[in-house]
Design a protein around this ligand. Structure first.
Ligand code: F6R
Length: 652
């Protein structure tokens, strides 16, 4: 059955994506679950939290209890913080709320900070007025022989209370809901399960290493979840885009257990723009219905066609367009020849060897302005190595072409250094200190050394200082290698990052002010920033938001009108070709030089503490990605380059 969304979608802020406006014209959809797309996770979470609050109040008016099924993980965090805000500021009470959590690792102690018990208290229960005896979370600290009976009791307790009124769900990248991994049956109930290795890889960020992630969990079953009266499933971020498409467009199947939700009568899937990007109606809206053929959509469709049939753009014929359902497009643009030429020229003009603008040329169709000839440039780098990984070649060119380039490292990156590296540096420092006068902080350092030696390690302030210094030294070496003077290298150490853990503090005015002050001091003509939404720890995203807020605060300054903001993508993924607005080709020598700059980050080589799920080293990822972009341009019919770095302009 094909379900058409009940209400038209409204996109108030299109941010990096520019597709959705065209979707208002869709007449049918491939989706088998009603979907709401929100501009971002904040917006979507607010919507869900307000629906829950409304239901809680509704029950309060009738003097009844409400039963909520709750999830953990990153997806519901913003829903919980909005509920807490409503409790604090609007007096929303939870006295009539009974909760059942979906799952818990097994075995695990409730006070272990990785446990879901700890999570729920930390992010919700400790901040609201829910009575303790109305909270139910599967017990991960049972003897194995008691688990079965406990699970039966959990099920009974839910039904004795009349079942779950509203169930909140995140979706794992395996397609799991709760911990119902691929292979879970539609009739499954609360039970002990084994975790998929992809799920354990994702949990590695909480536990530190893959080995420390429990391989089992207690979870409500698919049937338990489906019995809820109303369900909200959430997916935020690009890394959820593929599974969001499969969950909603594939037929129900046990390989992707979330597809079973398609049979529920009262379910809504809430996505942000990034998580929606692989839905057919977003990726290839012409397959779904009639489109308004904006210039951007024409580009997207022509590139798609060219890649689908392996033909360079200028060789596409009317019958190619017809065969792939794009006849409406060539009618809109007169004919195939004109359409091809339009897209070809548009892409050709993105390619430039002059990322700071080419002096003394007509810049009407160039990505950057030719004046001022020498620009002031600030490259923001969320972690100390993102600048060279993501735009090392462009960085080198900007310096060589005589621009006044500054680099600003937004965070210390101090948690991503192995203890053994810190110990090595510490012993070196100690040696120096013994030789030359002892300084007063030596006691702290000795304490840190003791912790590192006894393998307790971790991220106490003393240890973090050392690790931060290691990264600072590496970043400086790489920036100097790229040709910068020390005075042009800035370490911002944004406070939000300084928790010593994966979880960071909320962004404060102080973070924004630091970036704002730097911008005010140098009044740059060009700013480069990581426009990356798929960083697993979200630091890139937060760093970008800090820059946006700083720009917003400075919008009345005169110079800001001449300041162009270019986004690059971090190590995790690249812009799609139709999004690229500046493509900087690199020669083989330049690519090698970029590799050397990345090599300066020794603590991140081989196997850094947070490699993500990609086994390649950062320089390998960067090179392969830059080569791939060059290859894609070549396949579309452009000149063959060794590698290309890509940028998209953010219009302020
Ligand atoms: C959590 C749970 C899981 C998560 C899922 C997504 O209680 O049951 O199904 O919802 O793994 O996790 P995040 O939200 O961290 O991406």
């Amino acid at each position: 059955m094909i379900i058409t969304p009940k209400k038209p979608l409204v996109y108030s802020d299109l941010r990096i994506k520019q597709i959705p406006e065209d979707l208002i014209y869709q007449i049918k959809s491939f989706e088998r679950i009603p979907i709401d797309i929100f501009k971002d996770a904040e917006d979507g979470s607010r919507h869900i939290a307000h629906s829950i609050a409304l239901a809680i109040k509704g029950k309060q008016q009738k003097g009844e209890k409400i039963v909520l099924g709750l999830a953990t993980g990153s997806s519901p965090l913003k829903v919980y913080s909005e509920l807490i805000r409503m409790h604090r500021e609007e007096g929303l009470s939870f006295h009539n709320v009974v909760t059942f959590n979906l799952d818990e690792y097994y075995p695990i102690l409730p006070d272990n900070i990785e446990s879901y018990h700890y999570f729920m208290h930390e992010y919700l229960f400790n901040h609201i007025d829910i009575p303790g005896n109305q909270i139910n979370i599967p017990d991960g600290n049972l003897k194995l022989e008691d688990v079965k009976e406990y699970c039966e009791m959990y099920e009974k307790k839910i039904s004795m209370l009349g079942g779950i009124d509203i169930q909140l769900l995140g979706i794992g990248r395996t397609g799991h809901i709760g911990f119902n991994e691929p292979g879970s049956d539609k009739d499954s109930v609360t039970r002990l399960v084994s975790l998929d290795s992809l799920t354990r890889t994702d949990a590695q960020k909480d536990f530190g290493t893959f080995e420390k992630v429990p391989y089992r969990a207690i979870t409500m079953g698919v049937k338990t979840i489906l019995e809820a009266k109303e369900i909200y499933m959430m997916a935020w971020g690009q890394h959820k885009a593929e599974i969001a498409r499969r969950a909603t467009e594939d037929k129900p199947n046990s390989v992707v257990p979330s597809t079973f939700l398609q049979d529920h009568h009262q379910v809504r899937f809430c996505l942000d723009l990034a998580a929606s990007e692989k839905l057919t109606r977003v990726k290839t809206p012409w397959k779904v219905g009639s489109c308004r053929w904006t210039d951007d959509l024409v580009c997207k469709a022509v590139i798609w066609l060219s890649q689908n049939i392996n033909k360079p753009i200028l060789k596409l014929t009317s019958s190619d367009y017809l065969e792939f359902g794009l006849n409406e497009l060539i009618l809109d643009r007169e004919n195939a020849y004109k359409t091809n030429l339009y897209v070809f020229n548009k892409l050709q003009r993105t390619i430039t060897g002059w990322p700071g603008g080419k002096p003394n040329t007509d810049d009407t169709h160039r990505p950057e302005r030719s004046t001022p000839e020498k620009k002031r440039v600030i490259i923001f780098s969320p972690h100390p190595d993102d600048d060279v990984i993501s735009m090392g070649g462009t960085f080198l060119r900007l310096v060589e072409q005589g621009h006044d380039v500054h680099v600003a490292y937004q965070t210390s990156g101090n948690i991503a250094v192995h203890d053994h590296d810190a110990l090595r540096f510490l012993e070196f420092y100690e040696g120096i200190n013994e030789k030359y006068a002892l300084d007063n902080n030596i006691k702290d350092l000795l304490k840190a050394k003791k912790a590192l030696k006894s393998k307790i390690g971790g991220n106490s302030q003393g240890i973090r200082n050392i690790k931060g210094m290691i990264r600072k030294g590496e970043a400086k070496a790489a920036a100097v290698f790229c040709g910068l003077e020390e005075s042009n290298i800035h370490f911002l150490n944004l406070p939000f990052y300084e928790t010593g853990a994966i979880k960071k503090k909320l962004v404060s005015k102080e973070d924004v002010k630091i970036v704002e002050d730097l911008l005010k001091k140098y009044k740059p003509h060009q700013v480069f920033a990581a426009g990356d939404l798929a960083d697993p720890h979200g630091t890139h995203r937060v760093c970008l938001d800090v820059i946006f807020s700083a720009f917003n605060n400075l919008k009345k300054e005169k110079w800001i009108k001449d300041c162009w903001l270019w986004l690059y993508r971090g190590a995790w993924h690249e812009f799609s070709i139709d999004e690229i607005e500046m493509a900087v080709p690199l020669s083989p020598e330049e690519l090698l030089k970029k590799r050397r700059a990345i090599y300066m980050h020794q603590s991140q080589k081989d196997r850094p503490p947070f490699p993500g799920e990609d086994n390649r080293e950062f320089w390998q990822r960067a090179e392969e990605r830059n080569r791939e972009t060059a290859q894609t341009y070549r396949d579309l019919g452009f000149a063959e380059y060794e590698a290309i770095e890509a940028f998209k302009r953010w219009k302020l």
